[in-house]
Design a protein around this ligand. Sequence first.
Ligand code: NDP
Length: 340
Amino acid sequence: MSEKTVLLSEEEALSLSRKILLKKGFSDDFSRAISETVIAGQKDGCASHGLYRILGCINTLASGGVVPDAEPHIEPSSGGIVKVNANGGFSQLAFSLGLPLLIEKTKENGIALLAINHCVHFSALWIEVEQITKRGLVAIVCNPTQAYVAPHGGSRPLLGTNPFAFGWPRPGNLPFVFDFATSAIARGDVELHEREGKQIPDGWGVDSQGQGCNDPRVVLEEGALLTFGEHKGTALSMMIELIAGPLIGDLMSYESSQHDDGKGALPYHGQVIIAIDPAFTAGNNFEKHLSRAETFFSLVESQGARLPSRRRYESREKSEKYGIEISENLYLELCSLLHD
Ligand code: NDP
């Protein structure tokens, strides 16, 4: 039997989310920014990064894992580097503060890097990627999380779920974007399986003995998730630990777990956002080169393969037309937060 759902307009979803977050103690700015993020996720059919995340934000605040009224500030930096200190708040306001300077430096130098430090991060990365591609720039974004994932050949959590995203601007079209966890699956999806009493598929996680395990609770509490692609996913995940950790003077996933000290808050660490201007790297004829990319995308699609993000864009279009779909159970749980 399929799960019952309700449809909300964007205004209704925003209003519900903002009211809950304000009631729980977040500043007006954070209540708005978090709401916009989770509603973007819900609209695009990314349930694990949609309105469900409000519960994690509230738990994180209750456990002391986030500063609800933090004010990010720009740190001194030189060359093509922008550094923003989130001062213990969620990443959204730090990203908004750093973005204009990142774009300015990219347009000056051809490439720039925004390092966000000391943030709590929970969102899907395509939201940040699309802010960059819509300015005609290429984007690469990644961050560590907490120690939830065993390295290939190991059995204990050490790596984060470490998302990695790439965006390519497509003039007159929605960008080419892929955005994935380097774990076999985002942790939020395993949590959703647990909430819904469902087993998880083979290959997502192991128990405390390193044996394949289909019980989401055991994987989350006693075992570990696995990286995708065996040693290849592990290597990519390790790169993310390094470039969004020590390279920017911030925590790796296992250090973030130590910082959390059992509170169970959303992860606290840094994030790396790189922007590249094709007008510099491809030269005067960059528009011609971008059109070659269009031919390439058509060749991919002509084989029946789909471009990453197409499912998301279709879901966005549907949400804009008919309303944002949310599970009835989650909707009732969120409404109850306004009255407890
Ligand atoms: P998925 O495996 O669901 O999807 C990964 C990417 O592959 C998406 O861009 C998706 O596009 C694309 N894709 C999926 N199926 C196909 C297909 N058949 N053909 C072509 N492309 C395809 O994502 P994950 O579960 O790994 O990650 C989900 C989200 O979790 C990400 O947005 C990530 O940023 C987020 N996350 C965030 C973390 C954080 O710390 N903030 C931590 C971990 C994950 P489409 O969406 O259109 O299906």
